[in-house]
Design a binder for this molecule. Structure first.
Ligand code: 2PG
Ligand code: MG
Length: 407
């Protein structure tokens, strides 16, 4: 493969914050890729390069400068070969020299080019690259947004409706359930606040963000939706880094919890509601508390996100500690498609589930949908249905379902 042109531009994500979009040209093929951006980040994530004013000027200059010089300088035989060269060119552990956003934008675009050159759909090229059996992931839909994504109107960051099975059917169920939740919330909020202003605020990820003083209320609402549809369940991303207080514990709706008390709270919720998984139940520094919860969670999956940050070394440490039973996979936490694939392989080797995820700041790029299907992920987390950029990921999976029947 000979790449003849490499360019980048600044685009705005769903939070209207700058991010980077890359364009690559090889012969008659033109591909684009844009990179998402997180808000609740783990401290070990690869570095997203931003200028002092928040812009992408330096990241773009790196793509069009050093990176372009390297990748237009010769012929390449695989996407892996280019990713390896990009990682070496950067030379840092956290991609802080060139920026994980600059490198990942190129890495995703390169994967697209090689798929197109081979004449296969993107998900199939990813499956072949990593030796995976492609399969439809469960949909993890963030129906109610809280935590940092919604000014802490709800304590946990994500209240998720999980639906498995054939994607087209799962997506139809999700649409129905999301609309129903909207109707229910309108009536509940009206009676709660005795007001006629029943507009429901939305959070960063296209889910509703109501305010409830009762911790269990969102779970009661989700459980009512689950009761209507078999094969559905509840998940949360507690994103507990953001719940830490300064006395060594956590604070939820004004109440302090020690780590043991928080664990007891989760145990009670698991008992009472149809839970499928809990992500980041404790802060990223509390591997031991993760392990204790995992040991007593039974069938409920405990997911590492800020804990593991899609980083092979962090996944290895979590494995030794038996801290979790699933890893959230976010390509921009590590900064290349090659390493994201390795993180999935490592997760599988531990006997754990891989759940692929968007970020709270998204673009219209649907790469994560092809990635989740290509690696045969346990699930994909792509937000609520109140934002186009979230729906597009699920809709891409419905398209893939049809492609997979045809190829
Ligand atoms: C998370 C993500 C995505 P952010 O914590 O799992 O839902 O949020 O992109 O802000 O890290
Ligand atoms: Mg998370």
């Amino acid at each position: 493969m000979k790449i003849t042109s490499v360019s980048a531009m600044q685009v705005l994500d769903t939070r209207e914050k700058p991010t980077v979009e890359v364009t690559l040209i090889s012969g008659e093929m033109v591909v684009h890729a844009s990179v998402p951006s997180g808000k609740s980040t783990g401290s070990h994530e690869a570095l997203e390069l931003r200028d002092a004013d928040g812009g992408m000027g330096t990241a773009i200059a790196n793509v069009e400068g050093e990176i372009a010089s390297l990748i237009t300088s010769r012929e390449w035989s695989s996407a892996d070969e280019i990713d390896t060269a990009l990682i070496a060119l950067d030379g840092t552990r956290d991609k802080s020299r060139l920026g994980a956003n600059a490198i990942l934008g190129v890495s995703i675009a390169v994967q697209r080019l090689f798929a197109e050159a081979a004449g296969v759909p993107l998900w199939k090229a990813i499956a072949e690259r990593g030796g995976f059996s492609a399969a439809a992931p469960r949909l993890y839909l963030n129906f109610m947004n809280g935590g940092e994504h919604a000014d802490f109107r709800l304590p946990f960051q994500e209240y998720i409706f999980v639906v498995g099975g054939k994607t087209s059917e799962a997506y139809a169920i999700a649409q129905d359930a999301f609309a129903k939740l909207g109707t229910v919330l309108k009536s509940v909020l009206k009676s709660n606040f005795n007001t006629f202003n029943t507009e429901i605020p939305m959070g960063d990820e296209g889910g509703y963000s109501p305010k409830f003083e009762e911790l269990e209320k969102p779970f009661e609402l989700l459980a009512a939706l689950v009761a209507e549809h078999s094969g559905t369940s509840i998940a949360i991303d507690a994103a507990a880094n953001a719940l830490r207080n300064d006395i060594g514990g956590y604070t939820l709706i004004g109440k302090d919890y020690t780590p043991d008390e928080l664990r007891a709270l989760y145990a009670g919720l698991i008992k009472k509601f149809p839970f499928h998984s809990i992500e980041d139940p404790f802060a990223e520094t509390s591997m031991g508390d993760f392990a204790k919860l995992t040991a007593e969670a039974g069938e409920v999956i405990i997911v590492g996100d800020d804990l593991t940050v899609t980083n092979p070394e962090r996944i290895k440490t979590a494995r030794e500690a038996k801290a979790i039973t699933a890893v959230l996979i976010k390509p921009n936490q590590i900064g290349s498609v090659k390493e994201a694939i390795e993180a999935v392989q490592m997760t599988r080797a531990a006997g754990w589930a891989a759940i692929c995820s968007h970020r709270s700041g998204e673009t219209d790029d649907t790469f994560i949908a092809d990635f989740a299907y290509g690696v045969g992920a346990h699930g994909i987390k792509a937000g609520g249905l109140g934002q186009k950029e979230r729906r597009e990921k699920y809709e891409r999976l419905v398209e893939i379902e049809k492609e997979a029947e045809a190829v």
